[in-house]
Design a protein around this ligand. Structure first.
Ligand code: FPP
Length: 290
């Protein structure tokens, strides 16, 4: 890895390299998730049509993916199209986004391969138009042998829907197990099957089952929302919200987000320092405020 990493680092821009050199290689995130927001506002500010914001947003995707691959980021997961976008945006915009996705995939598979990027998807992708699914599958197959960054596009994705799908998966597994053993689901429950369902079971049944949870969640455009994105997986992620609109976001800003992430102290509900309870006083009664 050091040789390969050194070679790719040379491909960073001078500005990216300056930020990269401030990073601690031992504390790089394994998984960065991004809510790409602000395409419409970017276009509006320039009196352009919304679709041009999306078009520029697709260019940002490729810039950011390539920087991620140059620093050997293992996982990058981008919120490209939500279930809510699908249901609530005008049909013409949804159609445009679908065409943009097809063009993006057909136009960038070679670059993905040049950058050793493997493509994956999460979401209810089976509900997308068949011609989009076909190109998605093609891009996934064409990049399946790559071993660098896994780029996951969240498409027709909603986190609550994902949790519902995971629970359905667990129930179906239980039914399949009953059939396999020739007993009833009641018998399995009586034998303690319910207690075997734990957080790890749910994590495994998420669309992201094969990935580590994101360490860092970035959202562009200044909004302070999670918007139904990876709710289960970001339990302990660090959040980095930037005012920058997605079409203006580049690899440099990904690296700045990682630099901010490295300033955080991640405790996962624990403590930073060694602490013993020997010297703990009795807790005081809460003071009543008059
Ligand atoms: C938010 O902008 C962005 C989206 C609807 C999804 C992201 C889509 C892209 C970046 C385009 C292409 C992506 C790929 C992978 C080809 P918005 O319309 O909500 O912006 P606004 O809040 O300013 O209106």
């Amino acid at each position: 890895m050091p040789l390969k990493q050194a070679l790719r680092i040379q491909e960073l821009t001078p500005e990216e390299l300056a930020v990269y050199r401030t990073l601690d290689p031992a504390r790089m995130p394994e998984h960065v998730a991004i809510i790409m927001d602000g395409n419409g506002r970017w276009a509006g500010k320039r009196a352009l049509k919304r679709f041009l914001g999306h078009q520029r947003g697709a260019d940002s995707v490729q810039f950011v993916v390539e920087t991620a691959s140059r620093i050997n980021l293992p996982y990058l997961t981008l919120y490209a199209f939500s279930l809510e976008n699908n249901l609530r945006r005008p049909k013409a915009e949804v159609t445009f986004l679908m065409k943009l996705l097809r063009n993006y995939l057909t136009g960038n598979v070679k670059r993905m391969n040049d950058n050793n990027v493997r493509m994956a998807y999460i979401g209810r992708t089976h509900e997308l138009p068949p011609e989009v699914q076909e190109i998605m599958q093609w891009a996934q197959e064409e990049t399946a042998r790559n071993t660098g960054t896994t780029l996951t596009l969240a498409l027709n994705y909603g986190s609550r829907a994902e949790i519902v799908d995971a629970v359905r998966g667990i129930v179906l597994d239980l039914v399949a197990e009953a059939i396999r053993r020739g007993c009833s689901v009641d018998d399995l429950l009586g034998a303690g099957a319910l207690h075997q369902v734990d957080e790890a079971t749910l994590s495994r049944h998420m669309y992201t089952g094969a990935m580590p949870d994101p360490d860092l969640l970035i959202r562009t455009s200044g909004e302070m929302r999670i918007s139904n994105y990876l709710l289960w997986q970001i339990a302990y992620a660090e959040l980095f919200m930037t005012d920058r609109l997605w079409p203006d976001f580049r690899g440099l800003h990904l690296l700045e987000g990682i630099a901010a992430f490295q300033q955080r102290s991640r405790r996962f509900g624990g403590l930073d320092t060694e602490f013993t309870d020997e010297s703990l006083p009795e807790p005081l009664m809460p003071a009543l405020v008059p």
